[in-house]
Design a protein around this ligand. Sequence first.
Ligand code: FAD
Length: 350
Amino acid sequence: MMHARDFTASGVATHEDAGQLLEQFCERFAEHVKVTRSASGARLETVIGSADIAVSSNRLDIKLRCPTAAMLFTIRSMVAENLFELSAGNALDLNWADGPQPSAIPNFREISVVDAYDVTPHMRRVVVATDDAKHFVDGGLHARLLIPPKDREPVWPHTEPDGRIHWPKGDDALTIRAYTIRSIDLGRDQMNIDFVVHDGDNVPGATWALTARPGDRAGLIGPGGGGVPAARKLILAGDETALPAIARIAAAMPVEADLRVFLEVADKHEEQPLTSDASIDVTWLHRDGATAGTTGALERILRDIVPASDPETYVWAACEQKEARAIRAFMKGETAREQTNFSIAAYWQR
Ligand SMILES: Cc1cc2nc3c(=O)[nH]c(=O)nc-3n(C[C@H](O)[C@H](O)[C@H](O)COP(=O)(O)OP(=O)(O)OC[C@H]3O[C@@H](n4cnc5c(N)ncnc54)[C@H](O)[C@@H]3O)c2cc1C
């Protein structure tokens, strides 16, 4: 049923093998969102809205539905970008009949660095100012950070009529990484973003945080991705990349909620206090010299505790891709949990 405040858009994609294109599209998204296939096409449900796609020989009829115009924009550009990417080499024509057609990206905001400091030896907090911090309060915990080339006036993206985002190229090309808005200070129009300072030769996200100076400019597209689960009993598991999201979920939980948190970090110096009105039990798992993303500790602990937990418990995990896949396979294949009762995400890839 359509809700009074729903925003919708419909599009038609023509492609010589629309069936195969839809197949690849669903395969790509199955890891991140709920995909339901039917004889006539597919339905994708995300936390920010849904996409119904009907297929005929050379045509995909796409209907998008979201609670806000900004979310509709996000889904439309995501659908468009992925369809064009997957149809590489074969002509794809994509036209949108209705829905907002902005040329500026509605959920883009420029940010500027106010301060940067170490929270722990390997977690650097960058405090950023925006003219609209309120924009980031609802609709997801995360954003895409757009890092402009050093010492150049930033050129920001805009939209194409086919729904894709036009990204600046060449010397103006941006580097894009996903981060969590750790906390928002509405009074000052400022936000904290916590960056893991990890190993690697070419690590633009971590380097941006390490070298950030007051006045440095960057962009954010968001909010998006997962939000605060509505459940009152939660198991939250993650490595340090998930620590900002877990901290924000914990801070948002009401007093009657019950949280069990498992955080894998390098060692005890990487522990941080988590504040919550809820009842919260935090277990820190130390790698003690092992390489990040290799211990399997989060998977082991979830295998131990999820089967014995109340079936109403919402299970949330975010970590390295391989471990996230193993946890998702366990949750889907070896527990009787409803898919609506867990969210398992890959936050980085080794
Ligand atoms: C929804 C979402 C929210 C996220 N929130 C946060 C957040 O709040 N804070 C945060 O720090 N990260 C967060 N991440 C993870 C972050 O996007 C990745 O770690 C990203 O790869 C970092 O970019 P980079 O430029 O530093 O390294 P990249 O250029 O992406 O990678 C370079 C090399 O570094 C390795 N690498 C990347 N990340 C790590 C790591 N954490 N530990 C060890 N090796 C690594 C890669 O394997 C690669 O070899 C989030 C990811 C997602 C999807």
